[in-house]
Design a binder for this molecule. Structure first.
Ligand SMILES: Cc1cc2nc3c(=O)[nH]c(=O)nc-3n(C[C@H](O)[C@H](O)[C@H](O)COP(=O)(O)OP(=O)(O)OC[C@H]3O[C@@H](n4cnc5c(N)ncnc54)[C@H](O)[C@@H]3O)c2cc1C
Length: 217
């Protein structure tokens, strides 16, 4: 696959075009830091945007298909989707309300998602979901059995029409506003895991794994 995904009419960032990025390295870094995506699709003229877990494996995104799979039953060629992944990095407080902004990294991927049928590919996708969130967990927990695999619908979207957009750095105010006596700056945001809470039915003699005790994002 090419290192850059040439933007199409549909994926070219229009507003603040300089913040757009189309190289796989940038796009995949954002995807790999995320774990929730929003899947947009239309059903009978009604748009739906459903949050769900996802993982990237190579040049493909896998996501849980509970909502979309209802429609997919009769659509063998797949369903048109728009998948968005957003990482929020900071609130940008400008001197004017108009120039307030956010620091963020986001990805939008378009294309046809298809249901994954092969059990091995389903298993690979489930492993990727687990490992994308908690590396090391897959090998510790019980693996899905045949019945569980059958009950899980997974969709696959090849990453062929994709854009990223990134805003970083300080406030950008209009020149005259820099003289205003208003506090300006950035409030950084980050995702902080809390202290793990042992399940009350978890045998106290089972040690807390390092990937739990030292969990970081
Ligand atoms: C947390 C957050 C807050 C935001 N707040 C605002 C706001 O308050 N006001 C505002 O105008 N914009 C905001 N944006 C930016 C917003 O997502 C769009 O980029 C913007 O509305 C303009 O898109 P566009 O002109 O490219 O046009 P569109 O026609 O909407 O987009 C054209 C194509 O550009 C690409 N694209 C557009 N936006 C993004 C993106 N964010 N990430 C990846 N690809 C993208 C897509 O492929 C899309 O199909 C915010 C983004 C994030 C992540």
């Amino acid at each position: 696959m090419p290192e850059t995904i040439p933007p199409t009419e549909r994926t070219r960032v229009v507003r603040e075009a300089h913040r757009g990025a189309y190289d796989r390295e940038t796009i995949y870094k954002i995807l790999d830091e995320g774990y929730v995506c929003h899947v947009g699709f239309a059903a009978n003229g009604q748009p739906f945007v459903i949050p769900t877990l996802f993982a990237r494996v190579g040049d493909v995104i896998y996501f849980h298909g509970s909502a979309a799979s209802r429609m997919l039953r009769n659509v063998s060629e797949g369903i048109s989707v728009c998948i968005t992944v957003t990482l929020t990095d900071g609130f940008v407080l400008a001197r004017s309300v108009f120039n307030h902004s956010m620091n963020y990294r986001s990805v939008v991927a378009l294309g046809k998602a298809t249901l994954v049928d092969a059990p091995e590919e389903k298993l690979e996708a489930l492993r990727a979901f687990t490992e994308q969130i908690i590396p090391g967990r897959w090998d510790d927990a019980r693996q899905p059995n045949e019945k569980e695999l059958k009950a899980t619908s997974i969709l696959r979207l090849p990453l062929t029409e994709v854009s990223a957009k990134i805003r970083s750095g300080p406030v950008e105010d209009d020149a005259p506003d820099y003289a205003l006596p208003v506090w300006a700056g950035v409030i950084p945001l980050s995702l902080m895991p809390g202290v793990p809470i042992r399940d009350e039915r978890c045998d106290p003699s089972i040690p807390t794994p390092a990937y739990v005790a030292q969990y970081k994002r």
